[in-house]
Write a protein that binds this ligand. Structure first.
Ligand code: NCD
Length: 339
């Protein structure tokens, strides 16, 4: 895609070269994200961070990424706190907010809403998750993490094995991941979900058309026995008609240290987009995995900052200028650097 001035709405926009470009730029952001260097390349720029659904990581890491490049962040959270609650259209909101900002990140409960918003925006719009549709920046940071984790075991993104587990029907992160995997070769994908929450057909078709092996099952243990990556997801209760309906599936697939030790190969990497539901009835990733060195969930969240910095630098076309304004950090950064 043509990054400068572009929107980031769907994984459909990217080819493999784009992914390589994003990952190379993300690598170059490491000194800034780790606070070894400061840059002011986005000095004076304003990010409109518009979150009309709950969020911790995506909202704060997009904001931090913009701050780390030297820009400022203005935020709206919750439909009830915005004029959308007064009936304002996405079109009007986009026209207004794009007059106040140099880039906009938006999360919204309705599938397709962020793309609709982008048509009226005069500045780049990045999709922070639109309903049960897509979450492209999460899929990018997940794949960036998978690349690093595989590389640590001498492997590459072509020819690996992954199990996607949980609510595959409503999970937008796994939808974007399936699309992203089509850009690679010979991936073995195991889709583990209750029958009612299966991966929508369009994503399965795309994986198969890309030549990948796809197995669909409702059994956890056998599926995690021969994979390089397990990627668990939360039951997306906000997309169900009622909490009771979500409760039918909550807790169905729990990975804990005992199950990991019994079934997984020694280096299997454990991932999750987070939040993991840590309530007793859910626990799709148990806390007893916290000391497992293959638990990559907090490496994913750290990598999210790098990938989101890269996306901003690309759409605002400052990649080549980041280092020009670099200077050393004056304060103690030891804790961060030893993570
Ligand atoms: C995910 C999301 O919002 O789709 N969270 C995130 O952004 N890391 C996954 C989820 O909420 O379960």
């Amino acid at each position: 895609m043509d990054f400068p001035g572009g929107h980031i709405l769907s994984i459909d926009q990217f080819d493999r070269g784009d992914i390589d470009r994003i990952f190379t730029v993300a690598d170059s952001m490491e000194p800034y994200a780790q606070r070894r260097k400061l840059t002011k390349v986005l000095d004076g720029a304003i990010l409109g961070n518009m979150f009309f659904e709950p969020s911790t990581r995506t909202r704060v890491s997009f904001g931090s990424a913009f701050n780390l490049l030297g820009g400022e962040v203005r935020e709206t959270t919750g439909v009830e706190n915005s004029a959308i609650a007064k009936g304002e259209s996405l079109y009007d909101t986009a026209r207004v907010l794009s007059g106040y900002s140099d880039a906009i990140v938006m999360r919204h409960p309705q599938a397709g809403s962020v793309a609709e918003f982008a048509t009226a925006s005069r500045v780049p719009v990045l999709n922070g998750g639109d309903g049960d549709n897509e979450h492209p920046s999460q899929a990018l940071l997940d794949l960036y993490t998978i690349k690093k984790e595989l590389a640590a075991n001498g492997r590459s993104l072509d020819n690996f094995r992954i199990a996607l587990i949980g609510d595959l029907k409503y999970g937008r992160t796994v939808h974007s991941i399936c699309k992203l995997l089509t850009l690679f070769k010979r991936v073995q994908v195991t889709l583990v979900s209750p029958t009612e929450l299966k991966m929508p057909e369009q994503y399965v078709d795309q994986l198969q058309s890309a030549g990948h092996t796809v197995v669909e099952t409702d059994q956890l243990e056998e599926s995690i026995a021969k994979v390089d990556i397990t990627y668990s997801t939360r039951i997306q209760e906000e997309r169900f008609a009622s909490r009771d309906e979500a409760n039918l599936y909550r807790g169905r697939y729990r990975l804990n240290q005992a199950i990991y030790t019994q079934y997984c190969e020694p280096n299997t990497v454990i991932m999750h987009p987070l939040p993991r539901d840590s309530r007793a009835g859910a626990n799709e990733l148990d806390n007893d995995l916290n000391e497992n060195p293959n638990l990559a969930i907090f490496r994913q969240t750290d990598n999210g900052v790098l990938v989101r910095m890269a996306l901003f630098a690309l759409v605002l076309d400052v990649v080549d200028q980041v280092d020009r304004s670099a200077r050393e950090v004056a304060w103690y950064t030891g804790g961060r650097l030893t993570q």
